[in-house]
Design a protein around this ligand. Structure first.
Ligand code: ADP
Ligand code: MG
Length: 418
């Protein structure tokens, strides 16, 4: 049975337990600290598989306070830092990692705003607000405050962060000490954007706010050896941006960020279907098409899945349904996929020779929701000639990595105050 806590406007939010929120609240519950690499790019690089496996990325160091019953009790009793949190403030999903607990919240980065008596108020936040996208009545709008990889609306973003922190921690009254918060920022974010994110953290009740660059967090979460003098390459394909970085000795040796990711793929699918079939579909439908039959390249002739899609016919104005194929979707998203591949190639061209040699041996690791697009690993492997692996639990890597900086002193060097 869930605990209950009061959200904005006195609304009661049901929260199940520390060990995972309700279905809508988190799809993942608690994640242990050591994800591993999952699948390989293409058949032609199979020969490198054994080399890659042999060089096995060291797994992240285990939490210094393993979650044994007695340790957790002591930590609770003395209120050690168990309420410190790490936030992956993504353009599509926000994931919160609570120290000693793991991932406790995974919700859509969406806020539903209602205009009442000339004043704009928050009506819903997270998955509840996402359900309203494209279906809101007059006076209500569902917005994504981080749409293009940066905070587009600071006030709304702040409300969203506060809401999620309360939902994840049980609220400010639970602990006498205010939490330390680690927040992930895109590597290309400006100092103004970073200050805005830090301010949002302080306004949400943090005692200290640390920032961590997303590719660094993604690499730690994927289990890459970020502290070693070895080059490691990570490509985090999110909703608004794709971050490509080469890391060594706890720093980013090179990083680039492009505003191409899952959102641009959704837009490309919607516009392709509009142009080719005169069918207008919504953002959510386009995303569903991508999840179900999306692929980074076309399937062999005569193969591939098909899917029925509903929308409004632009000629007759009536709601209609038609079938589209995997090959059509691959054609539709070719441009954003190409931009992601180009970003990877740019990073490789800018890599120092010694680091490049390490990457030849160890390959590229993909994280973020976009890494789950079918055959994206194969397309990047074919373009780069390098082994490519998709990290286990790709959607959780950034939060997992940021969370490990709270638990592992040796990783605290990757945090920045500004
Ligand atoms: P962000 O960090 O920007 O919030 P995420 O890493 O959470 O982004 O990834 C969200 C993106 O990943 C969305 O565009 C979503 O549609 C996409 N995504 C999630 N699962 C899949 C999948 N199975 N296939 C293709 N895209 C996916
Ligand atoms: Mg992300």
């Amino acid at each position: 049975m869930g605990r209950r806590l009061i959200g904005e406007h006195g609304k009661i939010i049901a929260v199940r337990s520390w060990l995972g929120l309700s279905g809508a609240g988190t799809a993942h519950g608690i994640h242990g600290p050591a994800p591993c690499l999952r699948r390989f790019g293409e058949a032609s690089i199979d020969a490198r598989r054994s080399a890659l496996q042999a060089s096995a990325w060291p797994r992240p160091v285990a939490c210094p306070f393993p979650q044994t019953g007695s340790n957790m009790l002591i930590s609770r009793l003395f209120n050690l830092s168990s309420h410190d949190i790490a936030i992956d403030l993504g353009t599509v999903n926000t994931v919160i990692y609570l120290r000693d607990k793991g991932i406790v919240l995974n919700e859509a980065s969406v806020v539903a705003l209602e205009l009442r008596d000339g004043v704009q108020r928050v009506r819903n936040v997270g998955n509840d607000a996402k359900l309203m996208m494209g279906k809101t009545p007059a006076g209500i709008q569902a917005v994504r405050p981080l749409r293009d990889g940066v905070i587009a609306d600071l006030g709304v973003a702040e409300q969203m962060i506060k809401h999620f922190i309360i939902k994840a921690t049980g609220g400010p009254t639970r602990f006498p000490r205010r939490p330390k918060i680690v927040i992930c920022v895109p590597s290309g974010s400006t100092s103004v954007e970073r200050r805005a994110i830090r301010d949002a953290g302080f306004n949400a009740g943090a005692s200290e706010v640390f920032l961590i660059e997303e590719p660094m967090a993604a690499a730690i979460g994927a289990g890459l050896p970020v502290s070693d003098p070895t080059g490691a390459m990570v490509v985090d394909i999110g909703g608004g941006t794709t971050e490509v970085a080469i890391l060594s000795l706890r720093g980013l040796a090179f990083s680039t960020s492009v505003r191409f990711g899952g959102d641009k793929m959704d837009e490309a699918i919607a516009s392709f279907i509009r142009r080719k079939h005169n069918l207008m579909i919504g953002e959510m439908t386009a995303e569903r098409v991508k999840h179900e039959i999306g692929a980074a390249d076309a399937p062999p002739e005569g193969e591939g899945s098909r899917m029925r899609v509903k929308g409004r016919d632009l000629v007759s104005g009536r709601p209609v349904e038609l079938e589209i194929s995997e090959a059509e979707v691959a054609q539709a998203i070719a441009e954003p996929v190409g931009q992601i591949v180009r970003a990877v190639m740019t990073a490789l061209e800018n890599t120092a020779p010694e680091l490049a040699a390490d990457i030849v041996d160890r390959g590229i690791v993909l994280t973020g929701g976009g890494a789950l697009l079918r055959r994206i690993d194969q397309v990047i492997a074919a373009a780069s000639g390098l082994p490519v692996v998709v990290a286990d639990d790709a959607l959780m890597c950034v939060a997992m990595g940021a969370g490990q900086t709270l638990e592992n002193q040796r990783l605290s060097g990757v945090l920045a105050l500004s």
